[in-house]
Write a protein that binds this ligand. Structure first.
Ligand code: GSH
Length: 221
């Protein structure tokens, strides 16, 4: 049996984090090869991924020679290789989980785009703009509403692919602006997520690495 996840640097690869988490949460055995996606070596390293995975990006899963590209596909595959518990049985909860994961996958990254995943690990944080604060508050309202609607501790009741999809965004947003008692369920959810053992394992490694500074973070002239 050979199952290899081609992953990325722990403090840079938010997409690999999601795929890795889904595999771990479903107790799927795999080995991991970390591809250094820091510049300038990023391009050469990703070129070698392109030799077997069309998007030439990480994460990629090689399951005994069968290639699964893209984090969302790997998350779904992990769930199906495992016990399927990362998608709810209830049709509406499942649709909501997929809606949230799809949102994260498609356009969520454009919200507060200067607050990259890398920036979650910066020891000194920038002052947020009024627009950034307003956007973050709106996101916290949306998370609060979903947790309330489904009546559990997580976004659609039980822990699901939707929660996993948002973990890196939770990090980039909450490390700059903590949810307080205006969003009681979101505050608890954030604590639950960040205290999950596999999330802690990844972050423990990420926190040992030198931060990767990206241009544009501080809105320098
Ligand atoms: N939609 C892809 C995005 C993957 C992605 O952008 N990965 C980054 C590293 S975190 C990468 O390899 N980027 C290289 C590129 O886009 O050329 C996924 O979800 O797997």
């Amino acid at each position: 049996m050979s199952r290899i996840l081609y992953s990325g640097n722990r403090n840079a690869s938010s997409w690999a984090f999601r795929a890795w988490l889904a595999l771990k949460e479903q107790s799927i055995e795999f080995t991991e090869k970390i591809i250094d996606i820091r510049r300038p070596q990023r391009w050469k390293n990703l070129e070698s991924i392109g030799e077997f995975s069309a998007p030439a990006a990480v994460p990629v899963l090689n399951d005994n020679g069968f290639i699964v590209s893209d984090s969302l596909a790997i998350m779904e595959y992990a769930n199906e290789l495992g016990d399927g518990s990362l998608l709810p049985i209830n049709i509406q909860a499942r649709a909501r989980a997929r809606s949230l994961a799809a949102w994260q996958h498609s356009t969520f990254g454009r919200l507060c785009s200067c607050l990259s995943f890398e920036s979650a690990f910066y020891p000194e944080k920038k002052t947020l703009s009024a627009d950034e604060v307003a956007t973050i508050k709106r996101i916290y309202d949306i998370w609060e509403q979903s947790i309330t609607e489904f009546g559990g501790d997580y976004l659609v009741g039980e822990y699901s692919l939707a929660d996993i999809a948002f973990v890196p965004s939770v990090l980039r947003l909450t490390s700059h602006y903590q949810p307080d008692q205006r969003w009681p369920k979101t505050s608890d959810w954030v604590q639950l997520l960040l205290n999950r053992p596999y999330v802690k394992e990844w972050l423990n490694d990420a926190n040992k690495l030198a931060p990767i500074y990206l241009p544009g973070y501080r809105n320098d002239p």
